[in-house]
Design a protein around this ligand. Structure first.
Ligand SMILES: [Zn+2]
Ligand SMILES: [Zn+2]
Ligand SMILES: [Zn+2]
Ligand SMILES: [Zn+2]
Length: 248
């Protein structure tokens, strides 16, 4: 939500400056700059906001900004704009696309976290979609997520309908059977349909929607996660980690 607002702000700013740039050949040069600024601006916003990066945002923002500048010139200034503005829109979008293509190809084998070559078989983290190497310092295999997502406790976006469909409504008694041990009143508990042990939503996500008590795996998992859950067995039960848990 906030990210879209930032993208629009970047687009509006660039659009207004585009409007000030006088019509003529200079517009094309400025448009190239719009593509560069939009690309790095959006990359910066993506790095700050914990969400999945978007690939087309830079092209949409740079194209929209140059188009906005053009329309403002036509409507407000009633200026004689020629084909330079049209070329400008194409140049801005093209620049953003080229930068994206260049950085993706060059960086595709570089691990997002350690910035080292990700090896022969790099893969994407199912939560942030970044390229991650298999080093234990970058990839938390036990929880099927990268260290970045692990530290920020990034969870899959899920709706109440999704939870109801998977495991039924919220449980109002007992405490989480996961490591957090939170009580029903302080967290959203959902019971495993097979063994009835409850886990909070965060712990369900943490254990990749697999019941650590009976090994039941939720059906209809997010596509990106499914391969990791299918290949890795449910995390082992650790008695010392959950001594105080009890049945509801
Ligand atoms: Zn790494
Ligand atoms: Zn991640
Ligand atoms: Zn929990
Ligand atoms: Zn269970």
């Amino acid at each position: 939500m906030w990210r879209t607002a930032y993208f629009i702000a970047i687009g509006l700013f660039l659009g207004i400056v585009s409007y000030v740039v006088p019509p003529g050949p200079f517009v094309v040069g400025w448009s190239l700059l719009v593509g560069v600024v939009a690309f790095f601006g959006i990359r910066f916003v993506n790095a700050q906001i914990e969400d999945q990066p978007t690939e087309v945002a830079a092209m949409v923002v740079s194209g929209g900004a140059t188009l906005l500048g053009w329309i403002l010139k036509l409507v407000h200034l009633r200026a004689q704009t020629g084909w330079f503005e049209g070329i400008g829109v194409v140049a801005a979008v093209g620049t953003a696309w080229a930068l994206d293509a260049l950085t993706t190809t060059a960086g595709s084998k570089i691990c997002f976290i350690c910035k080292q070559p990700a090896g022969d078989r790099p893969f994407s983290c199912p939560r942030c979609r970044q390229t991650i190497c298999a080093r234990p310092s970058c990839w938390i295999a036990r929880h099927a997520r990268c260290k970045w997502c692990h530290e920020r406790e990034v969870v899959f976006p899920t709706t109440e309908e999704w939870w109801k469909r998977q495991v039924g409504p919220r449980v109002t008694t007992g405490n989480c059977s996961g490591p957090c041990l939170k009580e029903a009143y302080e967290t959203d508990l959902r019971a495993c349909p097979r063994c009835r042990w409850p886990f909070c939503k965060r712990c369900w996500d943490r254990q990749n929607f697999t019941c650590t008590h009976c090994g039941w795996v939720m059906p209809d998992l997010p596509k990106a996660l499914a391969p990791f859950v299918a290949v890795s067995p449910p995390p082992a039960f650790e008695p010392n980690e959950r001594i105080s848990r009890r049945r509801p």
